[in-house]
Structure formats: structure tokens, C-alpha cells
Design a protein around this ligand. Sequence first.
Ligand code: GNR
Ligand code: NI
Length: 167
Amino acid sequence: MAILDILNYPDPRLYTVAKPVKEVDASIRRLVEDMAQTMYAAPGIGLAATQVNVHLQVIVIDISEDKNGLQVFINPKLVNKCGSQDYEEGCLSVPGVYETVTRAETVTVEALDINGKPFTLEAEGLLAVCIQHEMDHLQGKVFVDYLSQLKQTRIKTRMKKRQREFA
Ligand code: GNR
Ligand code: NI
């Protein structure tokens, strides 16, 4: 297992659209293990492959309290969404920034599990927020993109300054 580097906003590679996984093989299972370890170490409640510069449709999520509820979504498709909710979101690619985003309240997602087996899940609340946040990453979208131009500009400036300080 390995902890992978997470891309930081506004890295242009975060805007890459991920490709579907052709076969859930050993290399994908390895990627999922590394992504899970990276998410737990961060710590975060979700991670999309895009954030570790792998442009395949792979997501890991764990919203459980004791970090023992790993959920894996390969080639996820949103088949239904309903209602709306506001949630103050953060992102491992935009450290230190928390802003409210409006998303669907419940979503139904179809995906493949770690064994390549299809499943359907209906999610609500935080899990629904997280699934939508991660699926956005796979489409090259970051939650900051939903904010006003003024906020986006301020966040870009703050992130670039931060990057210089850490360099
Ligand atoms: O760790 C994370 N927390 C979080 C909080 C509210 C809404 C979404 C998230 S996802 C984020 C991890 C991350 O950046 N995933 O892409
Ligand atoms: Ni994120």
C-alpha cells in the first residue's frame, strides 16, 4: 500500500475528465487500496482517482465514525436524483476552504464494486453529498466551481500563496 500525492486546486490536471475502467483487475484493486490509505491518512471521507492524478472512474468513500465502512464505486452512474440540500463542503484538493454547496438530497447510483460486480445504491444526506462531490471530480469539476467568481478568484489567490509557502 502507498500514500499517494493529492493534487491541489487550481492544478489544471483536476479538470481532466476520467475514463471508464475497462476491467476491474489487480491494478485497479491496487489503486483502490492506495486511494483508501491516502483518504484515511489525509484524513478525508472521500477521494476520487482524479485527485491522485489517475484519470479513471474510481471513487472511495468512508463516512463511518470508526473508519471501517469503505465504499468503492467504479464507473459510477447517477440514475436518479431528488430534492435539494445545502451542505458546507471541504475538499482535500482545496485545503482549508469550506463553503456551502446546494446538491440533490437523495441520489441513486449504479456502479461496479471492487470485484467488478454491478450494484445500485440509494443514498441520502452526507453520503449523497459525498457521492456527488466525488462524481464531480471524475468529470473534472471541483466544488469551488459552484461558487461566485469573486470567491473563486480569492480561493485561487489563497491556494497559490499557500503553495509558495510550502514550496
Ligand atoms: O473529506 C472530505 N470531506 C467532505 C466534506 C463535505 C463534503 C464533501 C467532502 S469530500 C472531502 C474529501 C474530498 O475532497 N473528496 O474529493
Ligand atoms: Ni474533493
